[in-house]
Design a protein around this ligand. Structure first.
Ligand code: PA5
Length: 444
C-alpha cells in the first residue's frame, strides 16, 4: 500500500540543486505546521486525525450507517463545498454511478444542497418518490443557504411521508458541536448528531463524520480508509526530501516560480472525476489568495485529450500536470482477436484493455513533457479504501505545506463570502437593504 511520487518526468524542468535550495523553505513550512505557529493554526485538527479521531463517534457512525442501510433505499446527502465533496469523491472513486445501477446491495446516494438548481432538486425528489429515504444534512456553520434550503424541503418530505416521529429516525445532522442553526434544530427535534470539529475546516473534513457517514452508507470500509490515512500520517512525519509529500510541495512551488501557474490533476479513470473536484477545492480555497496561488484544474484522459489535448500540447506554457497513475484498474477487459480484422484493430488484441490505457498514459506523458509540460506522477498500486485514505492525507498535508511555502494562510477562505453578500442583498435578506439598492444600480 501507498502512493509513490515519480519525478522522472520533471527532470528537464526542476533540477536537484533547485530542490536542495528550496529545502529551507520546506523546513520553515514544516516547523510552522508542527509547532502550530503559522497562520490559521486554529485549524490544524486534520493533522493528527488519522491517529486521534473520536473512536466513540466512529462506532456511532458505523451503527447509523447500518440503520440507514437496513431501512432506506436512498440516502440524500445535503451539503456543499467541504461538506460534500470528500464523501462524493471517495464514494464515486470506488462505487461509480454505473456500479450503483448494477448492484442494489447498498442504498443509492444522492447529493443535493450543493447547487440552487430547481431542476436537479426536482429530479432527486422524483427519484425518492415511493422509496424509503434517510437524510444526512451536513453544515459546519449550519447557516449556508444552499444546504439549508434543501434541508427545509427534505425535512418536509420526510415528515409528510413518515410523520414527525418517523422522520426524526431518518434525519442525521453533521454540524458544529455547540452552535449554529442546524445544531439548534437538531437539539429541538432530537435528531442524531455528528460533529464537525471546530479545529477542522470544511475542505479538510472528509475523514470526520462529514465524509465518513455517507461513505459508510455506500458500503465502503471506513476502517480501511482511516488505515490508509494513518499510514500516510506516519510516512510524512519527517522533514526531508525523501518525504514524497514534501517533495511534491517543493516541486509545485519551484514550478510556480517558473511561471507554471496552472496545475492539472489528471487521471485515466472517469471514476476519479469527483476526486478531482475535491482536490480543486482543497488547493483552490487554500492557496488562491493575496493575488497568488496555483490554479487547480483537472482532466480525465484519454477523454479530455480530445478536447484539451491541443491546448496542453501547444498552448500557453503555464501548465504542469500531476498524474494519478492507478496501476491496476478495478476491473479489466480482455480484447479478443477478430478473425476478419474488419476494423484493423487486431494490433490491440490479445491483451487487457488496461494495457492500452497504459500506453496512452506513457505516450501522453512523453508528448506533453516534450511540449514543455512538466509531469509529476503519483503512482497508486490499485484503487481501494486504504489507497484513497492515503492519497487524501497526502494531498491535505501537501496543501498545507504548499500554502505556507507560498506565504498564505492555507486554512481560511475570506473570498468565498463576497458572492454570498451580493446574493443575500439581491434576494432581499433582512439587514442587506442598503447594499441591495447599490447592486441594483450596478446591474442596470
Ligand atoms: O471549505 C469550506 O470551508 C467551505 O467549502 C465550506 O465547507 C462550505 O462553504 C460549506 O460550509 P458549511 O459546512 O458551513 O455549510
Amino acid at each position: 500500500m501507498s502512493v509513490r511520487l515519480n519525478t522522472n518526468y520533471i527532470k528537464n524542468f526542476v533540477s536537484q540543486h533547485e530542490l536542495r535550495n528550496i529545502f529551507p523553505l520546506i523546513k520553515a513550512a514544516h516547523e510552522s505546521l508542527i509547532n502550530h505557529t503559522g497562520a490559521g493554526n486554529e485549524f490544524l485538527g486534520w493533522m493528527n486525525l488519522p491517529v486521534n479521531y473520536d473512536k466513540e463517534e466512529f462506532l456511532r457512525i458505523k451503527k447509523a450507517a447500518e440503520k440507514i442501510k437496513n431501512n432506506s433505499d436512498i440516502l440524500v446527502v445535503i451539503g456543499i463545498g467541504g461538506s460534500y465533496l470528500g464523501a462524493r469523491a471517495v464514494i464515486e472513486a470506488l462505487r461509480s454511478p454505473l456500479y450503483n445501477l448494477l448492484t442494489k446491495d447498498n442504498p443509492q446516494i444522492y447529493f443535493v444542497g450543493n447547487n440552487i438548481s430547481s431542476t436537479h432538486l426536482n429530479e432527486v425528489i422524483t427519484l425518492c418518490k415511493d422509496k424509503d429515504i434517510s437524510v444526512n444534512v451536513i453544515s459546519k456553520s449550519g447557516t449556508t443557504t444552499e444546504p439549508a434550503l434543501a434541508f427545509r424541503i427534505f425535512k418536509e418530505i420526510l415528515e409528510k411521508k413518515y410523520g414527525v416521529y418517523g422522520a426524526k429516525e431518518r434525519i442525521f445532522c453533521t454540524t458544529d458541536a455547540n452552535k449554529g442553526k442546524l445544531k439548534e434544530l437538531a437539539l429541538q427535534n432530537d435528531y442524531e448528531q455528528f460533529v464537525v470539529p471546530d479545529n477542522i475546516g470544511g475542505r479538510f473534513s472528509v475523514l470526520t463524520a462529514v465524509g465518513l457517514l455517507p461513505i459508510a452508507v455506500s458500503g465502503l470500509d471506513i476502517c480501511k480508509l482511516m488505515e490508509g490515512a494513518t499510514k500516510a500520517h506516519e510516512d510524512f512525519l519527517e522533514c526531508n526530501l525523501n518525504n514524497d509529500c514534501y517533495k511534491y510541495s517543493a516541486i509545485r512551488n519551484i514550478l510556480y516560480n517558473k511561471g507554471k501557474h496552472v496545475e492539472m490533476l489528471v487521471s485515466y479513470e472517469p471514476s476519479m472525476v469527483m476526486f478531482n473536484e475535491w482536490y480543486k477545492q482543497l488547493f483552490g480555497e487554500s492557496e488562491g489568495k493575496d493575488n497568488k496561488g496555483i490554479l487547480p484544474t483537472s482532466a480525465t484522459f484519454s477523454t479530455d485529450l480530445h478536447s484539451l489535448g491541443q491546448y496542453i500540447q501547444d498552448g500557453s506554457r503555464m501548465i504542469f500536470e500531476t498524474v494519478i497513475d492507478i496501476k491496476k484498474p478495478k476491473l479489466d477487459f480482455y480484447i479478443e482477436e477478430d478473425k476478419d480484422n474488419f476494423d484493423g484493430l487486431n494490433f490491440l488484441a490479445n491483451q487487457n484493455m488496461s494495457v492500452v490505457n497504459r500506453r496512452a498514459l506513457e505516450g501522453t506523458i512523453l508528448a506533453h513533457t516534450e511540449g514543455g509540460v512538466p509531469n509529476i506522477l503519483l503512482e497508486m498500486p490499485e484503487i481501494n479504501e486504504s489507497e484513497l485514505g492515503y492519497l487524501i492525507f497526502f494531498f491535505e498535508k501537501a496543501c498545507a505545506i504548499s500554502g505556507y511555502m507560498l506565504g498564505v494562510n492555507p486554512f481560511d477562505q475570506p473570498g468565498v463570502e463576497r458572492y454570498k453578500k451580493n446574493m443575500f442583498a439581491l434576494l432581499g435578506k433582512p439587514g442587506f437593504e442598503d447594499m441591495r439598492n447599490e447592486l441594483i444600480e450596478k446591474l442596470k
